[in-house]
Design a protein around this ligand. Structure first.
Ligand SMILES: Cc1ncc(COP(=O)(O)O)c(C=O)c1O
Length: 405
């Protein structure tokens, strides 16, 4: 079969593949605990449901302007003012089908073949693949062992005359780390001096735990909006528990936004008007659901850290936000794909191998499920890995026996 060489080189999304594997196991009645998930379990905000239902009720579900319906664009402008202390124009906003499409269309807008994009490890799995899909070259920068935040020197080492953009994700998937205010300031200054695009993927910025601080990038931007190469990506998926609605957006100068709009007009025309209405409702409506989610995740993160700290040998760094943490399991097994598979096979716990995020020896564990799934999940991992564990345990109503170690 002759398929595009480029398309064949794109990796399957490991997280979506894991979700599918877990779903199939659960369907067969296996007692699976999913610590691999990337979406909150809370309900969609009522305001989102009401605006969405109201749109449906009109019976008129049509194309919209590519950049988004006016109520959504207005809500995004207000959101940017509230959370970033930055006033932007409608011409700086583009609504997209999720933050993922925002990043894809943005890369299509910015990259020429061979242009390089700096990506910091651990990174969100899709960044390198998206860059490759657009004939760009991902340049991975890895902070010194055990650190989840790069130094400016780490980043500068990856910069060359081909560097077109640096993409930053803080709070970070998969580590839960938040980059320091000093680093954000230095990054802005460096990119402004060098004329490099600085892309801030802020999709988790409302899910920040007490005593931690997220820095809105515009605090340090000196250039006028229209001369600035700072671009913000955000969306409703994570903070509003609206992953299935697929609404994200970008904030960028008008030239970038207009070119991105042309790209979007030729690939999706616009995000669905029903889903845009829901996102506008969520952004303009009561915000208490976001705070409840943040508090739940903070509590879950503490519980997971306590459970993990009862292990000998694994190294943990407490997350500052998101739904994830990234413990170092290399004392047990250096090959994270092997370890992740072993945990599904022997203890029916789904995790995501650190290798997928550019850090071998680690596993991403998510704590967006129930407290019971977190405590039972980590207990099962401990049982499977700790040679001192009892020989047998019950998982659901089935007895699992250690036939290894
Ligand atoms: C860092 C990061 N950026 C972007 C996305 C994509 O978000 P959306 O669901 O809005 O496409 C995700 C989703 O997992 C993510 O973790």
């Amino acid at each position: 079969m002759s398929l595009s060489q480029l398309a064949r080189e794109i990796k399957e999304s490991p997280t979506l593949a894991l979700n599918e594997a877990a779903r199939q196991l659960s369907e067969r009645g296996e007692p699976v605990i999913h610590l691999g998930a990337g979406e909150p379990k809370s309900k969609v905000p009522m305001d989102a449901i009401l605006t969405c239902a109201a749109k449906l009720k009109t019976g008129e579900v049509r194309y919209t302007p590519t950049e988004g319906i006016p109520t959504l664009v207005k809500s995004i402008i207000r959101y940017t003012e509230d959370h970033y202390n930055k006033v932007v124009d409608p011409g700086n906003v583009l609504a997209t089908a999720g933050a993922k499409q925002a990043i894809y269309n943005l890369m299509m807008t910015l990259l020429n073949p061979q242009d390089e994009v700096i990506i910091v490890a651990p990174y969100w799995v899709s960044y390198p693949e998206i860059v490759k899909m657009l004939y760009g070259t991902p340049v991975i920068v890895t902070p010194e062992s055990g650190r989840f935040e790069p130094t400016m020197e780490d980043i500068i080492q990856g910069v060359s005359s081909y560097t077109k953009a640096i993409i930053i994700n803080s709070p970070n998937n998969p580590s839960g780390a938040i980059y320091s205010e000093d680093l954000i300031g230095e990054l802005v200054e460096f990119c402004e001096n060098k004329g490099i695009y600085l892309i801030m993927d802020d999709i988790y910025h409302q899910l920040v735990f007490d005593d931690s601080k997220w820095t809105p990038v515009y605090k340090y931007v000196k250039k006028d909006m229209e001369d600035s190469k700072v671009i913000v990506v955000n969306g409703v998926s994570k903070s509003y528990a609206m992953t299935g609605f697929r609404i994200g957006w970008t904030i960028a100068n008008k030239k970038v936004t207009q070119t991105m709009t042309n790209v979007a007009a030729q690939n999706t025309s616009c995000p669905s008007v029903v889903l845009q209405s829901a996102a506008a409702g969520a952004l303009a409506g009561l915000q208490n659901g976001v705070e409840n989610l943040r508090l739940t995740l903070q509590n879950n993160a503490n519980i997971m850290m306590n459970e993990l700290n009862s292990f000998n040998g694994i190294k943990t760094v407490a997350p500052n936000g998101t739904f994830y943490c990234l413990p170092d399991f290399s004392a047990y097994e250096k090959d994270s794909c092997k370890l992740s598979k072993f945990l599904v096979d022997k203890a029916r716990v789904v995790t995501v191998p650190g290798k997928e995020f550019g850090l071998e020896g680690y596993l991403r564990l998510s704590y967006c499920g129930t407290v019971k799934s977190i405590t039972d999940g980590v207990k099962r991992i401990k049982w499977a890995l700790d040679p001192e564990s009892p020989n047998e345990i019950y998982i659901g109503d089935r007895k699992f026996r250690r036939d290894w170690l």
